[in-house]
Design a binder for this molecule. Structure first.
Ligand code: HEC
Ligand code: HEC
Ligand code: HEC
Length: 175
């Protein structure tokens, strides 16, 4: 009796197990990657996110940089800068570039100074600021990961039909 029950249970478990496997395979959905499988809601990159958003303490990058120029950059930003640019000697006070940052395309205007061959290249700092989960780099709230899913295609545009990758770009719209 016990044996028959356990064989029955085994067959039932196997049937159920394979049933679940077939089900999940059929139901598996494509991941929702901006610009690849779903519409890209931030086609201009930086400037489509960096506008006034008091809930996460964010403003136009031109205004944040103005603050860094006047008061010095916050500790998290300086921790990132020191980690990303070990060769650079930093004062903490950004040059006041708020006028040019407000008027020109981002991130192109940043890349004019933060060049690949300088001691302050942009990518490691920007990647660390957005992707780190360490509170000393991003504060208690890794908002880029939490709110925006942490997709590379929030900043880089990948054409899924051609395979080429470009940098999204745009100007701040203050009106
Ligand atoms: C999809 C939205 C999104 C895009 C696109 C984006 N950022 Fe951010 N960025 C954020 C969020 C959210 C934070 C806050 C950091 C965190 O906690 O994750 C942030 C933080 C920053 C910071 C630190 C100061 C601050 O505002 O907190 C800088 C500087 C920055 N981003 C620059 C850039 C640049 C330059 C680009 C374009 C190359 C860019 N970002 C693109 C969402 C975005
Ligand atoms: C005119 C040249 C120039 C431009 C344009 C520029 N930067 Fe900088 N950036 C610097 C210099 C110089 C420093 C080092 C400041 C210091 O001594 O700490 C710096 C430092 C930084 C730091 C570390 C914080 C600090 O104050 O040291 C971050 C982050 C940064 N820049 C991001 C950006 C982003 C994002 C943009 C575009 C929105 C940008 N920069 C545009 C020259 C520039
Ligand atoms: C918040 C904006 C942002 C996000 C998100 C982002 N990048 Fe970048 N990335 C940049 C910027 C700005 C540059 C410099 C572009 C240039 O020089 O024209 C860059 C450059 C690069 C480069 C070339 C320079 C280098 O460091 O070797 C690679 C590779 C790269 N990114 C990979 C990635 C990958 C992989 C992801 C996702 C895990 C990612 N990026 C997500 C902003 C971003």
């Amino acid at each position: 009796m016990t044996k028959r029950v356990s064989i029955f249970a085994l067959i039932a478990a196997l049937a159920l197990g394979s049933g679940i496997a077939v089900f999940t395979q059929e139901e598996a959905e494509l991941p929702e990657i901006p610009g690849i499988t779903v519409e890209d809601t931030h086609p201009l990159g930086c400037v489509d996110c960096h506008k006034p958003r008091p809930d996460i303490g964010q403003d136009f990058l031109s205004l944040e940089i103005k603050e860094w120029a006047e008061e010095g950059a916050p500790d998290e930003i300086m921790n990132v800068a020191k980690a990303a640019w070990p060769e650079a000697s930093l004062t903490g006070k950004h040059p006041d570039v708020s006028g040019m940052v407000a008027a020109q395309e981002l991130p192109g205007v940043c890349l004019m100074c933060h060049t690949e061959d300088s001691d302050k290249p942009l990518p490691p700092a920007v990647h660390l600021i957005h992707f780190s989960t360490k509170p000393e780099y991003t504060g208690e709230d890794p908002a880029f990961l939490r709110i925006y899913g942490g997709f590379c295609t929030q900043c880089h545009a990948l054409d899924p039909d051609v395979g080429t990758m470009t940098m999204k770009s745009g100007k701040e719209k203050t009106e």
